[in-house]
Design a protein around this ligand. Structure first.
Ligand code: CUA
Length: 324
């Protein structure tokens, strides 16, 4: 694993802004600061003019006459044309940035992103899978190469946000949304869900590791779990897939049944029938969790269909057998 078990943090370059970590960051910041300074100049100029007019044209005596000027063509043309040009310029700036952000280069490296309450899963073209959270390896991307994310949600609306990359996109159930960026700085930064999605929304984060091209190639070529004994790999998967969010190992009740002494026990199902916990029940519960829900628990477990490979399910089963 590359990451330390701690919450990821954002690299701060200036007092106001996170580091510019992607190729588009400069453009986004330029547009932001352009509008920001324009606002400040306009505000100061307007307030100064207002104060001056209040002082200069105050009605001091009853004999002060109201001006009979009704219009000024030059002035009116000026205050129409100048703001129009400014606004069109801002639109052009925004459109250029938007088009750059909307269309991913054809040669982009594609990563599937799956969001669920409250975890991120990342799937790479070579079959590697990583997850977010404290124990997950996080999102691993190459420096200097465009990366395209194809994202979907298993349940509610989430939102993918990496401040250093200046990119943000909603992740929605029932459809795919995409996002692309080209990292420009090697190192770690933070990905955070920015759509309120329930109790543990604030824990729905992941570390983003930007590796240089050689290290990234090395990383994509190995899947370290497969070389471990199944029960050991299963224990890692249990943590990485954040099973522990809902299933305790010490008998305490969280969202789902505790896994203490799980193997071989007989569970009562919501329809009153019973089932013995064996390989097939665990497999079915991972792939079709709503089919046999243990009585007294809400059916809130998301499916892991397509997210866990058969080898990984085998490893999880091997691990659960060892939980006493
Ligand atoms: Cu997912 Cu907030």
């Amino acid at each position: 694993m590359i990451s330390d078990p701690k919450e990821p943090s954002i690299n701060i370059d200036s007092f106001w802004m996170p580091r510019q970590g992607s190729s588009i960051a400069k453009e986004i910041d330029f547009a932001f600061w352009g509008v920001y300074w324009l606002d400040i100049v306009m505000f100061v100029a307007l307030m100064a003019a207002m104060a001056w007019f209040m002082y200069r044209y105050k009605r001091r005596t009853d004999k002060d006459k109201v001006s009979d000027v009704t219009h000024n063509m030059k002035l009116e043309i000026a205050w129409t044309i100048i703001p129009t040009v400014i606004v069109i310029g801002l639109f052009g700036l925004g459109l250029r940035g938007y088009l750059q952000a909307a269309v991913a280069p054809a040669e982009a490296y594609e990563i599937r992103v799956v969001a669920q309450t409250w975890a991120w899963t990342f799937m790479y073209p070579n079959g590697r899978v990583t997850t977010g959270g404290l124990d997950g390896e996080g999102l691993v991307v190459p420096k200097g190469r465009p990366v395209k994310l194809i994202m979907s949600s298993q349940d509610v609306v989430h939102s993918f946000w990496v401040a250093e990359f200046r990119v943000k996109q909603d992740v929605v159930p029932g459809t795919y949304t995409t996002l692309w960026f080209e990292p420009t700085e090697v190192g770690d930064t933070a990905l955070q869900c920015t759509e309120y999605c329930g109790k543990d929304h604030s824990n729905m984060f992941a570390t983003v590791h930007v590796l240089d091209e050689a290290k990234f190639k090395e990383w994509t070529e190995k899947n370290p779990g497969e070389e471990l004994p199944p029960a050991v790999w299963g224990k890692q998967l249990f943590a990485q897939r954040t099973c522990n969010t809902c299933h305790s190992l010490d008998g305490s009740r969280i969202q789902g049944p505790s896994f203490k002494g799980l193997w071989g026990r007989t569970e009562t199902i919501s329809d009153g029938s019973s089932v013995k916990v064996d390989e097939n029940y665990i497999r079915e519960s991972l792939l079709e969790p709503q089919k046999k829900i243990v009585q007294g628990y809400p059916g809130v477990m998301p499916t892991f269909k397509g997210l866990l490979k058969d080898k990984e399910i085998d490893a999880l089963i091997a691990y659960l057998k060892t939980v006493q």
